[in-house]
Design a protein around this ligand. Structure first.
Ligand code: DGL
Length: 289
């Protein structure tokens, strides 16, 4: 019997379904609609991949949560993502990327990617005086500042917490007149530093680009980390030989909170109303197997 025949017969008699990991979806998560900016980039750069989007809307906003809570949320989400048999997880949430990624990465076998390093690398290609707008926990973690200091000690990076922005995006108040004034108050300290580059350090904020960008002096470049985390994901899939070559499945949208509220909010950014499932996240089990 040839080796090939032995392999074929052992596969064909097995009761286990034969799944090709390359066909499995990429898992993407955020607290709400912010991660749709990452999903948009995945559709653009990796159209052949199947995607699973989870919005942890029951616990939105993450910006008001403690580091311990944010780490616990990431553990629960990764546990769930692994149960859904994703082949990779993209943290489409800066707050989780800043606070939880380094802590939880080694607890799971699935490859995980965060927004901070790809964003800082891209920003350093553009400028040396970098402003970052982010949630309060992300700004207080100084994850962006540390990453920039490690990559280029001659660059300067300032972080500003913008607690009003996520409620504005989730509450559909982007076009309200006071939004411009709120944005101006967050940007002014960075403009005083004469920044040449601005990082959207929260995935909700590119949804506010029509408000933020007119307030910037000409020549200030904006970095949307979504673009760069997806470039990194594409590279990683290639290295791990995990690229899908089959037709992709329709994106699966899941929430931990109210289905209908998310369906309505997401429709604005997706251009169509998604079918959304409500899911319950498992508790993270720390006991060794
Ligand atoms: N969009 C997320 C981020 O990038 C979370 C925002 C929040 O829920 O406060 O940080």
């Amino acid at each position: 019997m040839t080796e090939a025949f032995e392999l074929f017969s052992s596969l064909s008699t097995s009761s286990e379904p034969i799944t090709d990991l390359r066909r499995q979806p990429i898992g993407v998560f955020d607290s709400g609609v912010g991660g749709l900016t990452v999903l948009r980039e995945l559709y653009r750069q990796l159209p052949q991949e199947s995607l699973l989007y989870l919005a942890d809307t029951a616990r939105l906003p993450y910006g008001t949560k403690s580091p311990e809570e944010i780490i616990q949320f990431s553990r629960e989400i990764l546990t769930w993502m692994v149960q859904q048999q994703v082949k990779m997880v993209v943290f489409a949430c800066n707050t989780s990327s800043a606070i939880a990624l380094d802590v939880v990465r080694s607890e799971f076998e699935v490859p995980v990617l965060g927004l901070i390093l790809p964003a800082v690398k891209a920003a350093l290609r553009e400028g040396k005086r970098i402003g970052t707008i982010a949630t309060i926990p992300t700004a207080q973690s100084h994850a962006y500042r540390q990453a920039a200091a490690e990559m280029d000690p001659t660059a300067r990076l300032w972080e500003v917490g913008c607690p009003e922005f996520v409620p504005i995006v989730e509450g559909d108040r982007i076009d309200a007149p006071e939004t411009v004034e709120i944005a101006r108050s967050y940007l002014n300290p960075l403009l005083d530093r004469q920044i040449d580059t601005l990082i959207y350090g929260c995935t909700h904020y590119p949804h506010l680009a029509s408000v933020i960008e007119p307030l910037l002096p000409p020549g200030v470049r904006c970095i949307d980390p979504a673009v760069h985390v997806v470039e990194a994901a594409a590279k990683e899939l290639g290295i791990l030989n995990l690229r899908n070559s089959y037709p992709p499945l329709p994106t699966r949208f899941c929430v931990t909170g109210d289905r209908h509220a998310f369906e309505e909010r997401a429709a604005r950014w997706l251009g169509c109303q998604p079918q959304v499932e409500r899911v319950v996240l498992p508790e993270f089990d720390r006991t060794p197997a």
